[in-house]
Design a protein. Sequence first.
Length: 474
Amino acid sequence: MKNVLLIHPSRKILGEKDNLYTNESLVPSLGLSSITAYARQQGINAAIIDLRLSHHGIEDTLEWIKKNNPVLVGITAFTTEITAANIIAGMIKEVFPQLPVIVGGPHPSQIPGETLSEFKNIDIVVIGEGEKTIVELVQIFESNKTEEISNVQGIAFRNNGEIIINQARQPIEDIDSLPFPAWDLFELKYYNKIFPISTSRGCPYRCYFCSPNYLGKKIRIKQYNNIVNEISWLVDKYGAEHIQFADATMGLLKDEAILLCEEIIKRELNKKISWDCEIRADSVNMTLLGKMKEAGCGFVAFGVESGNEFFLKEIIKKGETKDQIKNAVNMSQKAGLKVRCFFILGHYTETVETIKETIKFALELNPDALSFGLMVPNPGTEFRKLAEEGAGGLKILHNTWENYQQFNYDCLESESLSLQILKKWQSNAYFTFYLHHPFKALGLFFSQSAYNYSFKGIIKIPIMLLKNKFKKNA
Protein backbone atom coordinates (compact mmCIF):
# COMPACT_ATOMS: atom_id res chain seq x y z
CA MET A 1 0.00 0.00 0.00
CA LYS A 2 1.41 3.38 -1.07
CA ASN A 3 0.33 6.47 0.82
CA VAL A 4 -0.88 9.48 -1.12
CA LEU A 5 -2.16 12.70 0.42
CA LEU A 6 -4.59 14.95 -1.43
CA ILE A 7 -5.27 18.47 -0.13
CA HIS A 8 -8.08 20.98 -0.59
CA PRO A 9 -6.46 24.42 -0.10
CA SER A 10 -7.82 27.30 1.96
CA ARG A 11 -7.53 31.09 1.94
CA LYS A 12 -6.38 30.98 5.55
CA ILE A 13 -2.95 30.05 4.16
CA LEU A 14 -3.02 33.62 2.76
CA GLY A 15 -4.13 35.04 6.10
CA GLU A 16 -7.72 35.43 4.87
CA LYS A 17 -11.05 33.74 5.48
CA ASP A 18 -12.67 31.37 2.99
CA ASN A 19 -15.68 32.83 1.19
CA LEU A 20 -18.14 30.14 2.19
CA TYR A 21 -21.14 32.18 1.10
CA THR A 22 -23.38 29.46 -0.37
CA ASN A 23 -24.52 26.11 0.96
CA GLU A 24 -22.42 24.36 -1.68
CA SER A 25 -19.31 26.30 -0.64
CA LEU A 26 -18.60 23.77 2.06
CA VAL A 27 -19.35 20.55 0.26
CA PRO A 28 -16.58 17.93 0.12
CA SER A 29 -14.68 17.89 -3.16
CA LEU A 30 -16.15 15.55 -5.77
CA GLY A 31 -12.88 15.59 -7.71
CA LEU A 32 -10.73 14.54 -4.74
CA SER A 33 -13.21 11.87 -3.69
CA SER A 34 -13.27 10.41 -7.22
CA ILE A 35 -9.48 10.34 -7.53
CA THR A 36 -8.98 8.74 -4.10
CA ALA A 37 -11.67 6.14 -4.79
CA TYR A 38 -9.97 5.13 -8.03
CA ALA A 39 -6.53 5.13 -6.39
CA ARG A 40 -7.81 2.89 -3.62
CA GLN A 41 -9.28 0.53 -6.22
CA GLN A 42 -5.77 0.25 -7.67
CA GLY A 43 -4.27 -0.67 -4.30
CA ILE A 44 -3.13 2.81 -3.27
CA ASN A 45 -3.81 4.03 0.26
CA ALA A 46 -5.01 7.62 -0.18
CA ALA A 47 -5.98 10.27 2.36
CA ILE A 48 -7.58 13.73 2.14
CA ILE A 49 -7.05 16.83 4.25
CA ASP A 50 -9.44 19.73 3.69
CA LEU A 51 -7.76 22.87 4.95
CA ARG A 52 -11.04 24.79 4.75
CA LEU A 53 -12.10 23.01 7.95
CA SER A 54 -11.27 25.16 10.96
CA HIS A 55 -9.42 22.44 12.88
CA HIS A 56 -6.97 21.74 10.05
CA GLY A 57 -3.89 23.77 9.23
CA ILE A 58 -0.48 23.37 7.69
CA GLU A 59 0.98 22.11 10.98
CA ASP A 60 -1.18 18.98 11.21
CA THR A 61 -0.73 18.48 7.46
CA LEU A 62 3.06 18.41 7.88
CA GLU A 63 2.65 16.11 10.85
CA TRP A 64 0.55 13.73 8.75
CA ILE A 65 3.22 13.70 6.05
CA LYS A 66 5.97 13.02 8.61
CA LYS A 67 4.00 10.14 10.11
CA ASN A 68 2.79 8.51 6.89
CA ASN A 69 5.66 9.20 4.45
CA PRO A 70 3.52 9.54 1.30
CA VAL A 71 4.88 8.92 -2.19
CA LEU A 72 3.45 12.24 -3.37
CA VAL A 73 1.13 15.05 -2.34
CA GLY A 74 -1.61 16.31 -4.65
CA ILE A 75 -3.48 19.62 -4.36
CA THR A 76 -6.63 20.61 -6.22
CA ALA A 77 -7.05 24.20 -7.37
CA PHE A 78 -9.65 26.40 -8.96
CA THR A 79 -8.33 29.79 -10.06
CA THR A 80 -9.08 31.39 -6.69
CA GLU A 81 -7.17 28.57 -4.97
CA ILE A 82 -4.00 28.32 -7.06
CA THR A 83 -1.98 30.86 -5.05
CA ALA A 84 -2.80 29.09 -1.79
CA ALA A 85 -1.92 25.77 -3.44
CA ASN A 86 1.53 27.10 -4.33
CA ILE A 87 2.13 28.41 -0.80
CA ILE A 88 1.10 25.06 0.66
CA ALA A 89 3.46 23.34 -1.76
CA GLY A 90 6.27 25.65 -0.62
CA MET A 91 5.62 24.93 3.05
CA ILE A 92 5.73 21.21 2.34
CA LYS A 93 8.94 21.60 0.33
CA GLU A 94 10.66 23.44 3.19
CA VAL A 95 10.28 20.40 5.42
CA PHE A 96 10.25 17.62 2.81
CA PRO A 97 12.30 18.96 -0.14
CA GLN A 98 12.31 15.63 -2.01
CA LEU A 99 8.55 15.05 -1.80
CA PRO A 100 6.85 15.58 -5.21
CA VAL A 101 3.94 18.04 -5.09
CA ILE A 102 1.35 17.69 -7.84
CA VAL A 103 -1.39 20.23 -8.57
CA GLY A 104 -4.51 19.59 -10.64
CA GLY A 105 -7.93 21.10 -11.21
CA PRO A 106 -9.44 23.69 -13.54
CA HIS A 107 -6.81 26.43 -13.25
CA PRO A 108 -3.64 24.41 -13.94
CA SER A 109 -5.48 22.34 -16.53
CA GLN A 110 -6.27 25.48 -18.54
CA ILE A 111 -2.75 26.98 -18.40
CA PRO A 112 -0.34 24.22 -17.36
CA GLY A 113 2.83 25.82 -18.70
CA GLU A 114 2.01 29.23 -17.27
CA THR A 115 1.16 27.64 -13.91
CA LEU A 116 4.56 25.96 -13.63
CA SER A 117 6.28 29.13 -14.79
CA GLU A 118 4.50 31.29 -12.22
CA PHE A 119 4.50 28.91 -9.27
CA LYS A 120 7.91 27.43 -8.59
CA ASN A 121 6.88 25.22 -5.68
CA ILE A 122 4.74 23.01 -7.92
CA ASP A 123 6.57 20.05 -9.47
CA ILE A 124 3.93 18.62 -11.80
CA VAL A 125 0.60 19.80 -13.17
CA VAL A 126 -2.14 17.28 -13.94
CA ILE A 127 -4.16 18.33 -16.98
CA GLY A 128 -7.81 17.25 -17.06
CA GLU A 129 -9.01 14.06 -15.41
CA GLY A 130 -6.70 12.91 -12.65
CA GLU A 131 -7.65 9.34 -11.78
CA LYS A 132 -5.32 7.37 -14.06
CA THR A 133 -2.63 10.04 -14.04
CA ILE A 134 -2.21 10.00 -10.26
CA VAL A 135 -1.96 6.21 -10.21
CA GLU A 136 0.77 6.24 -12.86
CA LEU A 137 2.69 8.95 -11.01
CA VAL A 138 2.50 6.99 -7.76
CA GLN A 139 3.91 3.93 -9.50
CA ILE A 140 6.76 5.96 -10.98
CA PHE A 141 7.77 7.64 -7.71
CA GLU A 142 7.31 4.43 -5.75
CA SER A 143 9.77 2.63 -8.06
CA ASN A 144 12.12 5.65 -8.33
CA LYS A 145 11.84 5.56 -12.12
CA THR A 146 11.47 9.32 -12.48
CA GLU A 147 12.82 9.21 -16.03
CA GLU A 148 9.47 7.69 -17.03
CA ILE A 149 7.61 10.91 -16.20
CA SER A 150 8.07 11.95 -19.83
CA ASN A 151 5.81 9.04 -20.80
CA VAL A 152 2.89 9.99 -18.55
CA GLN A 153 0.04 11.46 -20.54
CA GLY A 154 -1.85 14.50 -19.31
CA ILE A 155 0.84 16.25 -17.29
CA ALA A 156 3.27 19.17 -17.48
CA PHE A 157 6.57 19.19 -15.58
CA ARG A 158 10.03 20.71 -15.44
CA ASN A 159 13.11 19.07 -16.90
CA ASN A 160 16.36 20.90 -16.15
CA GLY A 161 14.49 24.18 -15.98
CA GLU A 162 12.53 23.57 -19.18
CA ILE A 163 8.76 23.19 -18.95
CA ILE A 164 7.53 20.11 -20.78
CA ILE A 165 3.87 19.51 -21.64
CA ASN A 166 3.27 15.86 -22.40
CA GLN A 167 0.78 14.35 -24.80
CA ALA A 168 -2.84 14.83 -23.73
CA ARG A 169 -4.54 11.97 -21.93
CA GLN A 170 -7.64 10.59 -23.56
CA PRO A 171 -10.73 11.03 -21.40
CA ILE A 172 -12.08 7.99 -19.59
CA GLU A 173 -14.71 6.63 -21.96
CA ASP A 174 -16.64 4.40 -19.58
CA ILE A 175 -17.20 6.59 -16.54
CA ASP A 176 -19.58 3.94 -15.18
CA SER A 177 -16.46 1.84 -14.55
CA LEU A 178 -15.24 4.32 -11.94
CA PRO A 179 -15.95 3.47 -8.30
CA PHE A 180 -18.29 5.58 -6.21
CA PRO A 181 -16.56 8.55 -4.58
CA ALA A 182 -14.58 7.94 -1.39
CA TRP A 183 -16.74 10.06 0.91
CA ASP A 184 -15.50 8.07 3.91
CA LEU A 185 -12.18 9.93 3.61
CA PHE A 186 -13.89 13.19 4.56
CA GLU A 187 -14.94 14.26 8.06
CA LEU A 188 -18.54 14.56 6.94
CA LYS A 189 -19.91 15.94 10.21
CA TYR A 190 -18.17 19.25 9.48
CA TYR A 191 -19.78 19.82 6.07
CA ASN A 192 -23.15 20.92 4.80
CA LYS A 193 -25.30 17.83 4.43
CA ILE A 194 -25.21 17.95 0.64
CA PHE A 195 -23.68 15.22 -1.51
CA PRO A 196 -22.66 16.07 -5.09
CA ILE A 197 -23.19 13.52 -7.83
CA SER A 198 -21.71 13.57 -11.31
CA THR A 199 -23.94 12.18 -14.06
CA SER A 200 -21.63 13.02 -16.96
CA ARG A 201 -18.27 14.45 -17.95
CA GLY A 202 -17.44 16.88 -20.70
CA CYS A 203 -19.39 19.80 -22.14
CA PRO A 204 -20.14 20.50 -25.82
CA TYR A 205 -21.25 24.09 -25.37
CA ARG A 206 -19.04 27.11 -26.03
CA CYS A 207 -20.17 29.86 -23.68
CA TYR A 208 -17.44 32.44 -23.94
CA PHE A 209 -17.06 33.03 -20.20
CA CYS A 210 -16.72 29.39 -19.20
CA SER A 211 -14.07 26.69 -19.28
CA PRO A 212 -15.84 23.50 -18.15
CA ASN A 213 -14.39 21.38 -20.91
CA TYR A 214 -11.06 20.92 -19.19
CA LEU A 215 -12.60 17.47 -18.76
CA GLY A 216 -13.07 17.27 -22.51
CA LYS A 217 -15.68 18.43 -25.01
CA LYS A 218 -16.86 14.91 -25.68
CA ILE A 219 -19.89 13.98 -23.62
CA ARG A 220 -19.63 10.82 -21.54
CA ILE A 221 -22.83 9.97 -19.71
CA LYS A 222 -23.41 7.53 -16.87
CA GLN A 223 -26.13 4.95 -17.18
CA TYR A 224 -29.20 6.18 -15.32
CA ASN A 225 -29.37 2.94 -13.31
CA ASN A 226 -25.84 3.50 -12.06
CA ILE A 227 -26.69 7.07 -11.04
CA VAL A 228 -29.64 5.82 -9.02
CA ASN A 229 -27.45 3.06 -7.53
CA GLU A 230 -25.13 5.80 -6.29
CA ILE A 231 -28.02 7.77 -4.80
CA SER A 232 -29.28 4.65 -3.04
CA TRP A 233 -25.75 3.95 -1.75
CA LEU A 234 -25.49 7.49 -0.39
CA VAL A 235 -28.81 7.13 1.40
CA ASP A 236 -28.00 3.71 2.88
CA LYS A 237 -24.35 4.33 3.79
CA TYR A 238 -24.32 8.00 4.73
CA GLY A 239 -27.94 8.87 5.44
CA ALA A 240 -27.95 11.40 2.60
CA GLU A 241 -31.01 13.63 2.48
CA HIS A 242 -29.98 16.16 -0.14
CA ILE A 243 -28.25 15.58 -3.50
CA GLN A 244 -26.73 18.13 -5.84
CA PHE A 245 -26.22 17.07 -9.43
CA ALA A 246 -22.87 18.70 -10.06
CA ASP A 247 -22.90 18.65 -13.87
CA ALA A 248 -22.98 21.86 -15.87
CA THR A 249 -26.38 20.80 -17.22
CA MET A 250 -28.57 17.82 -16.47
CA GLY A 251 -30.00 18.19 -19.94
CA LEU A 252 -26.99 16.28 -21.27
CA LEU A 253 -28.78 13.13 -20.10
CA LYS A 254 -31.44 13.82 -22.73
CA ASP A 255 -33.99 10.97 -22.88
CA GLU A 256 -32.37 9.22 -19.92
CA ALA A 257 -33.28 12.12 -17.64
CA ILE A 258 -36.88 10.88 -17.51
CA LEU A 259 -35.71 7.29 -17.02
CA LEU A 260 -33.52 8.51 -14.15
CA CYS A 261 -36.49 10.18 -12.49
CA GLU A 262 -38.72 7.16 -12.98
CA GLU A 263 -36.09 4.89 -11.43
CA ILE A 264 -35.75 7.20 -8.41
CA ILE A 265 -39.54 7.03 -7.99
CA LYS A 266 -39.63 3.26 -8.52
CA ARG A 267 -37.12 2.72 -5.71
CA GLU A 268 -38.99 5.26 -3.53
CA LEU A 269 -35.85 7.31 -3.09
CA ASN A 270 -37.94 10.42 -3.75
CA LYS A 271 -39.38 9.88 -0.27
CA LYS A 272 -35.90 10.02 1.26
CA ILE A 273 -34.03 12.73 -0.62
CA SER A 274 -34.44 16.10 -2.29
CA TRP A 275 -32.16 17.32 -5.03
CA ASP A 276 -31.05 20.33 -7.10
CA CYS A 277 -29.71 20.55 -10.63
CA GLU A 278 -28.61 22.95 -13.33
CA ILE A 279 -30.28 22.57 -16.69
CA ARG A 280 -30.46 24.43 -19.99
CA ALA A 281 -33.63 26.25 -20.95
CA ASP A 282 -33.69 24.57 -24.37
CA SER A 283 -33.68 21.06 -22.89
CA VAL A 284 -36.80 21.12 -20.71
CA ASN A 285 -40.47 20.33 -21.26
CA MET A 286 -43.45 19.83 -18.98
CA THR A 287 -43.14 16.04 -19.01
CA LEU A 288 -39.53 16.13 -17.84
CA LEU A 289 -40.11 18.88 -15.28
CA GLY A 290 -43.12 17.06 -13.85
CA LYS A 291 -41.10 13.87 -13.47
CA MET A 292 -38.26 15.82 -11.84
CA LYS A 293 -40.66 17.27 -9.29
CA GLU A 294 -42.16 13.86 -8.55
CA ALA A 295 -38.67 12.40 -8.19
CA GLY A 296 -37.74 14.86 -5.45
CA CYS A 297 -36.22 17.80 -7.32
CA GLY A 298 -36.67 21.02 -5.38
CA PHE A 299 -34.60 23.62 -7.23
CA VAL A 300 -33.60 23.96 -10.87
CA ALA A 301 -31.02 26.53 -11.90
CA PHE A 302 -30.79 28.24 -15.28
CA GLY A 303 -27.80 30.15 -16.56
CA VAL A 304 -29.56 33.16 -18.08
CA GLU A 305 -26.44 35.38 -18.23
CA SER A 306 -28.03 38.47 -19.85
CA GLY A 307 -31.31 40.11 -20.75
CA ASN A 308 -29.96 41.33 -24.07
CA GLU A 309 -30.92 39.13 -27.03
CA PHE A 310 -27.89 40.14 -29.11
CA PHE A 311 -25.53 39.25 -26.26
CA LEU A 312 -27.09 35.80 -25.88
CA LYS A 313 -26.78 34.99 -29.56
CA GLU A 314 -23.65 36.75 -30.80
CA ILE A 315 -21.41 37.32 -27.80
CA ILE A 316 -22.09 34.78 -25.08
CA LYS A 317 -22.87 32.08 -27.67
CA LYS A 318 -25.26 30.47 -25.26
CA GLY A 319 -27.42 29.03 -28.00
CA GLU A 320 -30.62 30.05 -26.22
CA THR A 321 -33.13 32.87 -26.71
CA LYS A 322 -34.96 35.02 -24.17
CA ASP A 323 -38.23 33.35 -25.15
CA GLN A 324 -36.79 29.90 -24.50
CA ILE A 325 -35.53 31.03 -21.12
CA LYS A 326 -38.85 32.64 -20.19
CA ASN A 327 -40.79 29.53 -21.20
CA ALA A 328 -38.42 27.26 -19.25
CA VAL A 329 -38.77 29.31 -16.07
CA ASN A 330 -42.56 29.45 -16.43
CA MET A 331 -42.83 25.71 -17.04
CA SER A 332 -40.57 24.91 -14.09
CA GLN A 333 -42.63 26.99 -11.69
CA LYS A 334 -45.84 25.56 -13.12
CA ALA A 335 -44.43 22.08 -12.39
CA GLY A 336 -43.96 23.12 -8.76
CA LEU A 337 -40.19 23.55 -8.89
CA LYS A 338 -38.32 26.48 -7.39
CA VAL A 339 -36.10 28.31 -9.87
CA ARG A 340 -32.77 30.04 -9.52
CA CYS A 341 -31.38 32.17 -12.33
CA PHE A 342 -27.73 33.08 -12.79
CA PHE A 343 -26.92 36.42 -14.44
CA ILE A 344 -23.58 37.98 -15.32
CA LEU A 345 -22.82 41.69 -15.52
CA GLY A 346 -19.79 43.11 -17.30
CA HIS A 347 -19.98 41.32 -20.63
CA TYR A 348 -17.93 42.28 -23.67
CA THR A 349 -19.47 45.58 -24.95
CA GLU A 350 -21.70 45.79 -21.84
CA THR A 351 -23.17 49.22 -21.09
CA VAL A 352 -25.41 50.65 -18.39
CA GLU A 353 -28.32 50.23 -20.80
CA THR A 354 -27.69 46.51 -21.36
CA ILE A 355 -27.35 46.03 -17.60
CA LYS A 356 -30.75 47.67 -17.19
CA GLU A 357 -32.12 45.20 -19.77
CA THR A 358 -30.79 42.33 -17.66
CA ILE A 359 -32.37 43.69 -14.48
CA LYS A 360 -35.68 44.17 -16.31
CA PHE A 361 -35.52 40.61 -17.65
CA ALA A 362 -34.82 39.28 -14.15
CA LEU A 363 -37.96 41.00 -12.91
CA GLU A 364 -39.95 39.54 -15.82
CA LEU A 365 -38.69 36.04 -15.11
CA ASN A 366 -39.44 36.44 -11.39
CA PRO A 367 -37.42 33.39 -10.24
CA ASP A 368 -37.43 32.25 -6.63
CA ALA A 369 -33.78 33.19 -6.25
CA LEU A 370 -31.06 34.67 -8.41
CA SER A 371 -27.43 35.72 -8.59
CA PHE A 372 -25.86 38.70 -10.32
CA GLY A 373 -22.21 37.83 -10.71
CA LEU A 374 -19.60 40.11 -12.23
CA MET A 375 -17.63 38.80 -15.19
CA VAL A 376 -14.39 37.14 -14.15
CA PRO A 377 -11.65 36.84 -16.81
CA ASN A 378 -10.72 33.28 -15.92
CA PRO A 379 -7.83 31.58 -17.76
CA GLY A 380 -8.76 29.45 -20.74
CA THR A 381 -11.95 31.35 -21.57
CA GLU A 382 -12.71 33.18 -24.78
CA PHE A 383 -13.66 36.19 -22.68
CA ARG A 384 -10.17 36.37 -21.19
CA LYS A 385 -8.65 36.40 -24.67
CA LEU A 386 -10.88 39.34 -25.57
CA ALA A 387 -9.88 41.13 -22.37
CA GLU A 388 -6.18 40.48 -22.93
CA GLU A 389 -6.53 42.06 -26.37
CA GLY A 390 -8.37 45.04 -24.91
CA ALA A 391 -11.37 44.34 -27.13
CA GLY A 392 -14.36 46.54 -26.44
CA GLY A 393 -12.27 48.61 -24.04
CA LEU A 394 -11.87 45.69 -21.62
CA LYS A 395 -9.00 45.92 -19.16
CA ILE A 396 -7.71 43.20 -16.84
CA LEU A 397 -6.62 44.98 -13.66
CA HIS A 398 -4.46 42.24 -12.13
CA ASN A 399 -3.63 38.55 -12.03
CA THR A 400 -3.95 38.16 -8.28
CA TRP A 401 -5.79 34.90 -8.81
CA GLU A 402 -7.23 34.57 -5.30
CA ASN A 403 -9.28 37.72 -5.97
CA TYR A 404 -10.84 36.41 -9.18
CA GLN A 405 -14.27 36.20 -7.58
CA GLN A 406 -17.69 37.69 -8.13
CA PHE A 407 -17.84 39.41 -4.74
CA ASN A 408 -15.07 41.66 -3.41
CA TYR A 409 -14.58 42.11 -7.14
CA ASP A 410 -11.59 44.08 -8.41
CA CYS A 411 -10.10 42.29 -11.43
CA LEU A 412 -11.75 43.84 -14.52
CA GLU A 413 -13.27 47.00 -15.93
CA SER A 414 -13.92 48.56 -19.32
CA GLU A 415 -13.82 51.99 -20.90
CA SER A 416 -17.61 52.27 -20.60
CA LEU A 417 -17.92 50.65 -17.16
CA SER A 418 -15.33 51.43 -14.49
CA LEU A 419 -14.77 48.98 -11.66
CA GLN A 420 -16.72 51.17 -9.27
CA ILE A 421 -19.65 51.54 -11.66
CA LEU A 422 -19.76 47.78 -12.28
CA LYS A 423 -19.90 47.08 -8.55
CA LYS A 424 -22.56 49.73 -8.06
CA TRP A 425 -24.75 48.21 -10.76
CA GLN A 426 -24.31 44.75 -9.24
CA SER A 427 -25.70 46.21 -6.00
CA ASN A 428 -28.51 47.96 -7.87
CA ALA A 429 -29.48 44.69 -9.56
CA TYR A 430 -29.73 42.76 -6.29
CA PHE A 431 -31.59 45.47 -4.39
CA THR A 432 -33.98 46.15 -7.26
CA PHE A 433 -35.05 42.51 -7.42
CA TYR A 434 -35.22 41.73 -3.71
CA LEU A 435 -36.93 44.99 -2.76
CA HIS A 436 -39.63 43.91 -5.22
CA HIS A 437 -39.65 40.44 -3.62
CA PRO A 438 -38.58 40.73 0.05
CA PHE A 439 -39.94 37.33 1.03
CA LYS A 440 -37.81 35.69 -1.61
CA ALA A 441 -34.79 37.26 0.05
CA LEU A 442 -35.73 35.45 3.25
CA GLY A 443 -36.05 32.23 1.26
CA LEU A 444 -32.37 32.46 0.36
CA PHE A 445 -31.57 31.59 3.96
CA PHE A 446 -34.33 29.19 4.97
CA SER A 447 -34.17 26.95 1.90
CA GLN A 448 -31.67 24.09 2.05
CA SER A 449 -30.91 24.35 -1.65
CA ALA A 450 -27.23 24.05 -2.48
CA TYR A 451 -27.57 27.22 -4.54
CA ASN A 452 -28.80 29.38 -1.67
CA TYR A 453 -26.72 31.42 0.72
CA SER A 454 -25.29 30.23 4.00
CA PHE A 455 -25.78 32.25 7.18
CA LYS A 456 -22.36 33.81 6.64
CA GLY A 457 -23.37 34.87 3.14
CA ILE A 458 -26.68 36.32 4.27
CA ILE A 459 -24.81 38.60 6.69
CA LYS A 460 -21.75 39.57 4.66
CA ILE A 461 -23.05 39.93 1.10
CA PRO A 462 -25.75 42.57 1.78
CA ILE A 463 -23.23 44.63 3.77
CA MET A 464 -20.78 44.37 0.89
CA LEU A 465 -23.44 45.36 -1.66
CA LEU A 466 -24.56 48.32 0.44
CA LYS A 467 -21.01 49.64 0.64
CA ASN A 468 -20.63 49.36 -3.13
CA LYS A 469 -24.00 50.99 -3.78
CA PHE A 470 -23.38 54.10 -1.70
CA LYS A 471 -19.65 54.50 -2.26
CA LYS A 472 -18.98 57.91 -3.74
CA ASN A 473 -17.42 58.06 -7.18
CA ALA A 474 -13.67 58.51 -7.10
